[in-house]
Design a protein around this ligand. Structure first.
Ligand SMILES: Nc1ncnc2c1ncn2[C@@H]1O[C@H](COP(=O)(O)OP(=O)(O)OP(=O)(O)O)[C@@H](O)[C@H]1O
Ligand SMILES: [Mg+2]
Length: 148
């Protein structure tokens, strides 16, 4: 998929978030691994998804925090969006931060930047995830989604 600008990306993310909500209600947990170079648009994607989920505080939240948790409601149930950025840490460090336990809990979305660092662990544990590979091409963005 190619997005020519932010507006097109946002339009896509409206639909993407809708599908994400259905998946969350069916499967109880969704893991999104974001892969892409510096500035590819990973944070922008996640914040936009958060906004679409009704999380207002995500817009102004700082981006340098490793793990941020945003509660939201969906059909009168409580859920959380976990925004994790693995730029400065490796999977080993994350796994020490209570992640092993959290990842098994229900009613969570995990959106993880530099998610490729966690891929081997999830595969080993047979935990399903989606990989969103973002690439910046000039001003455009290319997205490839694969499911594991
Ligand atoms: N889909 C898009 N279309 C146009 N511009 C975008 C898009 N996504 C992000 N940008 C712009 O690109 C810049 C970098 O975006 P962002 O911080 O989301 O990237 P990132 O992949 O999270 O970077 P980092 O690797 O530093 O975490 C921002 O200025 C943002 O406005
Ligand atoms: Mg980022």
């Amino acid at each position: 998929m190619i997005f020519n600008n932010l507006k097109e990306t946002k339009r896509f993310l409206k639909k993407f978030t809708k599908d994400l909500k259905s998946e969350l209600q069916k499967k109880k947990r969704v893991i999104l691994l974001f892969q892409g170079h510096l500035g590819a648009g990973k944070t922008t994607f996640i914040k936009e998804i958060g906004k679409n989920l009704g999380i207002k505080s995500i817009v102004k939240s700082p981006t340098f925090i490793i793990w941020q948790i945003y509660p939201f409601r969906l059909n009168n149930l409580n859920y959380s969006l976990h925004h994790i950025d693995l730029y400065r840490i490796d999977a080993k460090t994350l796994l020490k931060l209570n992640f092993k336990k959290k990842i098994k809990e229900k009613n969570n979305i995990f959106a993880i930047e530099w998610g490729e660092k966690l891929e081997a662990y999830l595969k080993r544990k047979k935990i399903k995830f989606k990989k969103l590979h973002l690439e910046k091409i000039g001003k455009k963005r290319k997205l490839i989604i694969s499911s594991y």
